[in-house]
Design a protein around this ligand. Structure first.
Ligand code: AMP
Ligand code: ZN
Length: 114
């Protein structure tokens, strides 16, 4: 049995606000949104961090980005712009070790990030 929160969400064991789903990718509303749009795009495959992305996963990563673009258009933030963030490891603040693309938008953002 998995202990991974996002595997449990993908498997339906833990409830979430799912807004997109296909054979490879699931997207959910972030439970603690940092902007008017804050969606988490998850590969169904359990990959703990970016360092664990293998050559076999490269197409899957592209599918995650394509899903992010699709959702950005559906959310109407394609014109105003948005940020896609993939935290990896402790200094980046990664708290769930199943990689996920944060799709954040709907307000201006600062750079560099905090
Ligand atoms: P990170 O810090 O990059 O690992 O991001 C983890 C994200 O998961 C945070 O933005 C959390 O708000 C979000 N999160 C944690 N638990 C849940 C949950 N049950 N449903 C949706 N989002 C969650
Ligand atoms: Zn997982």
């Amino acid at each position: 049995m998995t202990e991974c929160l996002f595997c449990k969400i993908i498997g339906g064991e833990v409830p979430s606000m799912t807004i997109y789903s296909d054979d490879d990718v699931v997207a959910i509303e972030d439970i603690n949104p940092q902007a008017p749009t804050h969606v988490l795009v998850l590969p169904r495959k359990h990959i703990p961090t970016t360092l664990d992305i293998g050559d076999d996963d490269l197409e899957l990563m592209g599918r995650c980005l394509a899903a992010s673009n699709h959702i950005a258009r559906e959310k109407g933030i394609d014109g105003s712009g948005f940020r896609i963030v993939l935290n990896s490891g402790a200094d980046a603040g990664q708290s769930v070790h199943h990689i996920h693309f944060h799709l954040i938008g709907g307000r201006p953002m600062m750079w560099p990030p905090g």
